[in-house]
Design a protein around this ligand. Structure first.
Ligand code: 1CP
Length: 343
């Protein structure tokens, strides 16, 4: 059977709205907690059998229409030895943050097979087991740069913006290197068997449209231009990006991710025709009693009104406190009620 996920990404005919969840593998699943162990997530990602099993767990449990590779956006920079780890309960932490031109020397190009062969082994193992497409991914230049510059998760991105505005040339060189790293990583994942990719610019919403367009868009466009040759659909995602959706579409993706702050019907008006949308159930809404969750799912479907270019997802990732049983019901409801009209 052709994949409804790939059809929706390309706006081609299919019967039912496809659904998957960002962070569908993770701490909300007891089977994940059982296999994951303590310590850095990077250790689990280094073990292809473990990472492959974690990738498959949510597909088995939820019956979602796509798998997403179990990895992390900091894997390539960690693999070339920048000194990044992922601290449990915190997220990415950098030993010596990026602060001057000398730090560019710490960012050599990625050699995907040599540096991240374990990721590609996971991709190859997973695609042999799957009957739905595998989504590969990379962090977008801005979001990865924010971790390298801040040294850890940030609320204000103060150091990142200070470098961006204070030394735009150096900031541009940093983002250019990260763009090629993302494109090299995605290319290797697709060559190993991934059928689509997502570029996560999770924190781009911290920027004004003018700053996004001037300092970030050219580099994200480099990623989509290079990956456009792969012949698989690309998704461009960020949080709090209602005012950036048009610019994010201009980077060249097939699909733009939308969070719950922007109705899909409004997002449609902000991207060119022919671009599909992905989203946009509020993950926190899934903590409400089922009748309320059901109403929220129906509201997302109604807002999309059967448009063929829609991939159902959360507006951001599954949080550890979500009940997997509720997400199972969400998948069933989308499959039962998500009718698609002809393109
Ligand atoms: O160690 C753990 O088990 C804790 C949580 C965790 C998980 C499950 C981290 C640490 N990374 C991951 C896996 C992961 N990360 C996936 C796997 C596949 C899936 O979706 O099921 C993906 C796609 C990512 C991508 C990722 N990492 C993003 C982009 C997506 C997003 O949520 O916005 C970001 C921003 C990161 C950085 C990161 N890694 C981990 C955490 C807790 C964070 C965020 C920290 C912060 O708030 O800044």
């Amino acid at each position: 059977m052709p994949s409804p996920f790939l059809a929706a990404a390309r706006g081609e005919p299919h019967d039912t709205v496809p659904v998957w969840f960002m962070r569908q593998a993770g701490r909300s699943l007891p089977e994940y907690r059982a296999i994951r162990g303590e310590g850095s997530i990077l250790d689990a990602i280094h073990q292809p059998e473990v990472a492959a099993e974690i990738t498959l767990q949510p597909v088995r449990r939820y019956g979602v229409d796509a798998a997403i590779l179990f990895s992390d956006i900091v894997v390539p920079v960690a693999a070339i030895g920048f000194g990044v780890d992922v601290a449990p309960g915190t997220g990415p932490v950098v030993e010596t943050p990026f602060s001057s031109a000398a730090d560019l020397d710490r960012l050599r190009p990625l050699e995907p097979e040599a540096d991240t062969g374990y990721v590609l082994d996971t991709v190859r193992a997973v695609v042999g087991e799957l009957d739905v497409p595998l989504i590969g991914f990379a962090g977008a230049p801005f979001t990865v740069a924010s971790y390298l510059i801040e040294g850890r998760p940030s609320r204000t991105y103060g150091k990142t913006k200070a470098l961006m505005l204070g030394d735009p040339v150096l900031f541009g060189e940093l983002l250019d290197r990260l763009a090629h790293m993302a494109a090299d990583s995605i290319t290797s994942q697709v060559q190993a068997g991934a059928s689509a990719f997502q570029l996560f610019d999770s924190w781009a919403g911290a920027l004004s449209p003018a700053h996004y367009e001037r300092f970030v868009l050219p580099h994200s466009r480099t990623v989509f231009e290079r990956c456009g040759e792969l012949g698989v659909p690309g998704i461009h995602f960020g949080v709090n990006t209602g005012e950036l959706l048009g610019s994010m579409a201009a980077a060249g993706p097939d699909v733009v991710g939308v969070d719950w702050r922007t109705p899909l019907s409004m997002a449609r008006g902000r991207v060119p025709e022919g671009i599909a949308l992905q989203g946009n159930l509020d993950p926190a809404a899934c903590l409400a009693p089922w009748p309320a969750v059901e109403a929220e799912v129906r509201a997302v479907l109604a807002d999309n009104a059967g448009h063929p270019g829609h991939i159902f997802n959360l507006g951001h990732g599954v949080t550890p406190d979500l009940d997997p049983g509720v997400l199972e019901q969400v998948v069933d409801l989308v499959h039962a009620e998500g009718e698609v009209r002809s393109p």
